[in-house]
Design a protein around this ligand. Sequence first.
Ligand SMILES: *[C@@H]1O[C@H](CO)[C@@H](O)[C@H](O)[C@H]1NC(C)=O
Ligand SMILES: *[C@@H]1O[C@H](CO)[C@@H](O)[C@H](O)[C@H]1NC(C)=O
Ligand SMILES: *[C@@H]1O[C@H](CO)[C@@H](O)[C@H](O)[C@H]1NC(C)=O
Ligand SMILES: *[C@@H]1O[C@H](CO)[C@@H](O)[C@H](O)[C@H]1NC(C)=O
Ligand SMILES: *[C@@H]1O[C@H](CO)[C@@H](O)[C@H](O)[C@H]1NC(C)=O
Ligand SMILES: *[C@@H]1O[C@H](CO)[C@@H](O)[C@H](O)[C@H]1NC(C)=O
Length: 671
Amino acid sequence: MPNHSNPFINPLIFFLIIILSTLFLSSQSFEFVYNGFNNSINLDHAEATIIKPSGALRLTNNSHNVLGHAFHLTPIPFFNNSPNASSFTTYFVFQIVPSTLNTNGGFGLAFTLSPSPEFPGAAPGHFLGIFNSSNNGNLSNHIFAVEFDTVDGHNEKSDTDGNHIGININGMDSTASKSAAYYVEGTQNHEEQVLLEKEGPIQAWIDYDGVKKVVNVTVCPLGVAKPARPLLSEVIDLSLYLEKNMYAGFSAATGQKSSSHYILGWSFRLNGIADPLDLSQLPVVPVEKSSRSAVKVRKVLIATFSVVIFILLGALLSIRFYQRVMKFELLEDWELDCPHRFRYKDLHKATKGFKETEKIGAGGFGKVYKGILPATGVEVAVKKIMSNNPLQGMREFAAEIESLGRLRHKNLVNLQGWCKHKNGLLLVYDYVLNGSLDSLLYNSKNGNFLTWEQRFNIVKGVASGLLYLHEEWEQVVIHRDVKSSNVLIDHDMNARLGDFGLARLYDHGKNSHTTNVVGTIGYIAPELARTGKASKSSDVFAYGILLLEVACGRPPVKYELDRNVILVDWVLECMKMGNIFEAVDAKLNSMYVTEEIELVLGLGLLCSHPKSEARPTMRQVMKYLNGDEMLPMFDKLSSAGSRRVDEITSRFLALGLTVVLHLQHRTIPVL
Ligand SMILES: *[C@@H]1O[C@H](CO)[C@@H](O)[C@H](O)[C@H]1NC(C)=O
Ligand SMILES: *[C@@H]1O[C@H](CO)[C@@H](O)[C@H](O)[C@H]1NC(C)=O
Ligand SMILES: *[C@@H]1O[C@H](CO)[C@@H](O)[C@H](O)[C@H]1NC(C)=O
Ligand SMILES: *[C@@H]1O[C@H](CO)[C@@H](O)[C@H](O)[C@H]1NC(C)=O
Ligand SMILES: *[C@@H]1O[C@H](CO)[C@@H](O)[C@H](O)[C@H]1NC(C)=O
Ligand SMILES: *[C@@H]1O[C@H](CO)[C@@H](O)[C@H](O)[C@H]1NC(C)=O
């Protein structure tokens, strides 16, 4: 007989081989453990995900709208020649740290099984870096995820609780979801809430029974043993959704709200119980910005608060100080209604505190400073009028200034506004570039010599401005102080008459019977000197003197050879001598239009006629200057017969004497 030593061996071996092979085939083993993520070369992480030096896997930082992925590099063979997906268990410890202490952070993380470890075009926020609005819910995604979400779901019907756990298949509408909690050991139904963001490290188990087709999800804080009863236990046949090879890993995202999402350790096993983690080896979440920055924020808040209090106290004290020392700008009610009123503070700033270097002139009424308005950068001239006594009748005066502020003419230095300060008054005017006419006539430094053409244009301009004041505005404005130093010359060499109406100020608050004459010696009409009553006609008189001044290049009164030479007399004398051109400014060097010189001299004499009724109005003056009317009596002065000249001069001198006397004995009114 052949060796039939053991007839049972072959069947036994055969049986064993069958058993082993079926075991092997049906429960192919696949497992891994991450006790922290130091040197984890098998982990593929992308986007915001990094491994912290401590070994913690940080899926996202706490910036807004970031997402991160970390997947085990080797795909898991879920179907082992079987129509049914294999059982698996996975266990991990995660921690969610909200961006700011005491407030909720945002969005969450998800354990994910996916055919690919990459998620091109996936969106952050509600989509957790797995899906986007276009592929959300599409069956061809083949994605299984368990989300640990900290914000109300994107679809209120399913993910209502902000702090929840859900099972998601192919999209963010959870198949099942529950508020994060665990069932306490020994009690069947007592749920203990788990606050995903605040609890510190949290353990999670996801178990799938490939035979019973049940997915169990369990969570509890680190330090608590795995609860016997899972939070979620859902019948789901993953065979319907998973593909042959699946990548296991985590996805996380932040949105408008944000948190840092960490995985501290992770184990996985196909067809078996995932290995426990060595909890002593688990990394600790770095004390990160969140909590540290909260402390910092608190410190900063306290510091800021103290500084603010300090500044407020300081401001209060300095206001007190300012009020006491500087006498705060107290406004009377009526002042608030004046649109042309400036704030003293602004004018003070504009003129650099009325610095001497900013002074551009000083006249009878006060010093003039150049200033740049802080708000607009506009150049202005600020006239500072100081008075030893408080200005009386300020209210009426302000009304008048307000109305003067509305005067606008190209040949006027427009008054922009005013400001009352203590006993003083500040008037804000247009800044005019080239200075005053008298300085150009007499101090012709740096070759600032006025040609005849310019002079003729200037006297026309002054006439035009004066006409506007006398007749063209809504009310008559008497200038009261027409003189060459009140005529400013702008960059186009046009005349601009300044200081109009100002003299009225000095009438206010003074007893009417002690009216002072205001004006400048040499320009004061005889009747004004006698009666102190200014009129349009007295303005015309002063304008006449100005005409002579411009033509002759001489001031109205000049101290020469031990005596005062009166300009009018001088012109009349030249006329008597039969050579009117003798009177003309030698600097012009005969470069002038004869007719115009005659006109200006003649008109000057006519305007400065001692009898006010003999003087023309400014409208007539304009007509003469424009050549619309011939000047009576004075035309052709140079060629007039001696009889005619005598007639004129005698008429003139009859009254002229009184003029001269007046001029010689007038004193400048003391203000
Ligand atoms: C967070 O991660 C994103 C993506 O990597 C990055 O652009 C951002 O600067 C990070 N924010 C901080 C605060 O580190
Ligand atoms: C990971 O590395 C950090 C420092 O590099 C170390 O402190 C930590 O203990 C390491 N963790 C593990 C689990 O080896
Ligand atoms: C697959 O699952 C079905 C039940 O869903 C079961 O009847 C069948 O035996 C399973 N097949 C294998 C090979 O385990
Ligand atoms: C959505 O995701 C899919 C697949 O990841 C991608 O192909 C598609 O471009 C994405 N759509 C948008 C709008 O980003
Ligand atoms: C699902 O995705 C596939 C491929 O990405 C696409 O062809 C299909 O149209 C999508 N289905 C729906 C309902 O969007
Ligand atoms: C899922 O949980 C149920 C109890 O709810 C338990 O009977 C079952 O064994 C669990 N399955 C797995 C795979 O853990």
